[in-house]
Ligand binder design. Structure first.
Ligand SMILES: Nc1ncnc2c1ncn2[C@@H]1O[C@H](COP(=O)(O)OP(=O)(O)OP(=O)(O)O)[C@@H](O)[C@H]1O
Ligand SMILES: [Mg+2]
Length: 500
């Protein structure tokens, strides 16, 4: 890039600060990103990444400092259209109007036609054009809510670029995607980058950052640690920047099923009522860890949800400690001692307006009111211990969970599952969105639960996470297709993709 125009940054962030109450979320942060760059934005949970993205999308205004795009001052805060024309953001869970059809969503805010008259036919044919350009195999008349997350993310990008946006922000977009969807997203990012589109990419997966980013910035405690371009972005430096002197550990839990012991958890020929999985058999001894992997739609999440009582079985049974658990009843599962961390923590994991303490102790209110009187002191005591267990930042039981960073919200969900002293723990991607140092804390916690005799089922899309277990089941099309003992990363990838 030697032309003069290329040196004008697509995004210039100039000395931006933002404070929430006592938290300095951003302090004097300056970053410039050139057109056509894919800029990685990394940092520990709570470092300020999402806050910075909210400033760049115009969702919030900096307390001090300013932003400009392609050399022009950012639009006024109230000019929503102006912001939308410049910047689009893709989240883990795309925030689209899900009760609209795909065509309506693509043109929400810019309906074709003149005056009050909307040309539905134009909208339909334009939507078809965009879908085919993006090779998205969906009917424009179908409801957006029926589309998988990956397609909704693609649609968000397609819609923005079609409207002329040249800057796309990606806030942990891969957390809920599986391998092939991630590859597809990255291919698209690279293709668009070549066409001059600028990206900011937030991820805790450093491999992803080094794979697609040509420049990066690191935030620590709201401050910019460094910003680099080209070959200066090395994965070792990223790890150093994130760990800040702490040592990175490899996790591998060797647990063996003790023979002759009643399994803590058993699935006997379990078949989900609507066919999400078929004839699944599984025995997990007390203190044993079993991981389950598989592509999206393989049924692995549904197995976890069925154990937790969120799905009904058509035949077969979930058995805890020798006793059959009534299927499809969350209460019955909890009573049997099953703790659960769901895949969609935003939907099923916590109540955003309630405090950390209230969320963490939600399932144990009976224990907080021993003589029929609720004890706030007991609630605080218990939550302080759980906050310490999961290394929550900030360690304040009174904060509303909606004010926590994404990774810390995830820790609250895990703490809630642990609060009941479960006998069986079912964890879906428990470290998704959690930074590498906090991952250590969470794995240490799982280890402690195992040492206490809890049976743990770990369901994940992340191969690295599956590798934590020495026993890994792989599901394909609703069935257990392979059981791997002490697998390597390659063994797991091959089994997931169905290459024997
Ligand atoms: N609306 C809010 N109210 C109060 N505090 C907030 C709010 N939004 C963010 N914060 C605080 O600002 C800090 C930065 O949060 P932010 O969400 O930007 O972190 P992050 O880098 O995106 O972390 P993660 O990797 O966990 O998503 C955190 O301490 C968070 O608790
Ligand atoms: Mg975030």
């Amino acid at each position: 890039m030697t032309t003069a125009t290329a040196t004008v940054p697509a995004i210039a962030i100039d000395r931006v600060s933002k404070t929430y109450g006592a938290t300095k979320a951003l302090q004097d942060v300056s970053v410039s990103i050139l057109p056509g760059q894919v800029h990685g934005l990394i940092g520990r949970n709570g470092a300020g990444k999402s806050t910075l993205l909210r400033m760049i999308t115009g969702l919030e205004t900096p307390d001090t400092g300013s932003l400009s795009f392609f050399g022009e001052e950012a639009p006024a805060a109230a000019d929503a259209k102006g912001w939308q024309q410049r910047v689009a953001c893709v989240y883990q869970r795309p925030s689209v109007f899900t009760n609209l059809t795909i065509a309506e969503n693509l043109f929400a805010g810019r309906l074709p036609g003149s005056g009050p008259k909307i040309s539905w036919r134009t909208m339909q044919s334009e939507a078809e054009r965009i879908l085919s350009e993006w090779r998205i195999d969906l009917d424009p008349r179908s409801l957006l809510s029926d589309a998988p997350i990956e397609e909704r993310q693609m649609l968000t990008i397609a819609k923005a670029l079609d409207a002329g946006t040249r800057i796309v922000l990606l806030d942990e977009p891969t957390v809920q995607l599986e391998g092939s969807a991630i590859r597809r997203l990255f291919d698209k990012v690279q293709e668009l980058q070549e066409a001059g589109v600028t990206f900011v990419f937030v991820s805790h997966f450093l491999r992803e950052v080094t794979a697609i980013c040509d420049s990066a910035s690191v935030l620590r405690d709201g401050k910019l640690l460094w910003s680099r371009t080209g070959d200066d972005v090395r994965s070792d430096d990223l790890v150093d920047a994130l760990l800040a002197g702490q040592e990175q550990r490899r996790h591998r839990v060797e647990t063996a099923a003790a023979s002759g012991v009643t399994p803590a958890l058993e699935l006997r020929g379990a078949t989900e009522k609507t066919g999400a999985f078929t004839d699944v058999n599984l025995r997990v001894a007390p203190g044993e860890l079993v991981a389950i992997g598989g592509v999206g739609g393989s049924g692995k999440y549904s197995v976890g949800e069925a154990i937790a009582g969120l799905r009904r079985l058509g035949s077969g049974a979930v058995v805890v400690n020798g006793d059959e658990v009534a299927s499809g009843k969350v209460k019955a599962s909890q009573k049997a001692g099953i703790g659960f961390v769901p895949a969609d923590r935003h939907k099923d994991g916590y109540v955003p307006q309630l405090s950390v303490a209230e969320n963490m102790t939600m399932g144990v209110m009976d224990r907080l009111a021993p003589a029929g009187f609720f004890s706030p002191r007991k609630q605080t005591e218990m939550s302080v211990k759980l906050i310490d267990d999961v290394a929550l930042v900030p360690p304040n039981p009174k904060l509303a969970v909606q004010g926590l960073s994404g990774g810390n919200q995830q820790k609250v969900v895990l703490a809630r599952a642990l609060a009941r002293d479960p006998r069986v723990l079912v964890l879906i991607s428990p470290t998704a969105g959690v930074d590498i140092a906090a991952k250590d804390a969470i794995y240490a916690l799982i280890l402690r639960a195992l040492a206490d005799g809890v049976a743990v089922v770990l369901i994940s899309d992340d191969v690295e996470e599956l590798l934590v277990s020495s026993r890994v089941l792989i599901m394909r099309e609703g069935r257990v297709a392979a059981e791997l003992a002490d697998p390597t990363e390659e063994d797991i990838v091959r089994a997931i993709e169905g290459l024997e």
